[in-house]
Design a protein. Structure first.
Lengths: 110, 146
């Protein structure tokens, strides 16, 4: 699993890559909580995300709740078809704002 | 490819085994020409089942092992997971309400929901020496013909 953080315009850009399983999801959760407490506008780049199980989904849910509580914005983009299917089965496609790519995520109306 | 191929491996009952489990599933699926879509689902379901056992099946502080057997036959992959933990039927655990709004969403129960939806059959058997889960993933028409 890799976690990269950078900035684009007014957004914090967070890239999650590789495999997020039950072994490393706690690490992800810790990072997401820390980022969610200091950033109000976050884009999550899932282009390099190969795998995510329920533990990783739980970590994203924590981030979403944190951001919403603070009236912030969280957008995901670049989900592979496999990852998109997992999101849909989990009902996460109804909870998260999901976009095909960085440009569409950046430019979406808030 | 071996059309009637199977693989059996034993893993320490800890989350640290997950990368090894993933490697074993990838090798099996590659060797059996299971397509990436089905391989992804088998991989994910097996991780959820394995993690569930590690989290809920022990609690006695002793070392445990989990045996995973993968078999490809008659257009499907059959997965058997045996553990020596206390009686634990994951099918009886409450499932996540995936239609609930954000405020009511809880992290628990999502794993078994994913397993039920990604695979085609799940059966639980309590055995004298532990638990057995049998999972079945049906393969697509193209895979069945190979």
């Amino acid at each position: 699993m890799t976690i990269r953080e950078s900035k684009t315009d007014s957004f914090a850009l967070l890239g999650i890559g590789g495999r997020v399983d039950s072994l490393n999801a706690e690490t992800l959760k810790g990072r997401l909580q820390e980022i969610g407490q200091r950033e109000a506008r976050i884009l999550v780049d899932c282009t390099a995300l190969e795998y995510i199980g329920s533990a990783g989904l739980g970590a994203l849910l924590v981030l979403l709740k944190l951001v919403r509580k603070q009236g912030g914005t969280l957008r995901l983009f670049g989900l592979s078809p496999h990852i998109a299917e997992v999101f849909a089965i989990a009902g996460f496609d109804k909870l998260f704002a999901i976009f095909p790519d960085l440009e569409s995520a950046r430019q979406a109306a808030t | 490819m071996n059309p009637g191929g199977n693989m059996e491996a034993r893993f320490p009952g800890t989350l640290e085994s997950l990368p090894l489990l993933h490697d074993a599933v990838a090798r099996f699926c590659g060797g059996q020409a299971v397509r990436p879509d089905a391989a992804f689902k088998i991989d994910l379901a097996l991780e959820e089942v394995f993690s569930n056992i590690v989290r809920h099946g022990y609690g006695d502080g002793r070392p445990h092992e989990i045996t995973v057997r993968l078999e490809r036959r008659r257009g499907r992959v059959r997965i058997q997971v045996d553990d020596d933990g206390r009686p634990f039927d994951p099918l009886l655990a409450p499932e996540a309400d995936v239609a609930a709004p954000l405020d009511e969403r809880r992290p628990g129960g999502l794993g078994i929901h994913l397993v039920r939806r990604l695979l085609d059959q799940i059966r639980y058997q309590r055995r004298p020496d532990g638990n057995r889960l049998i999972l079945v993933k049906r393969l697509g028409a193209e895979e069945r013909s190979t």
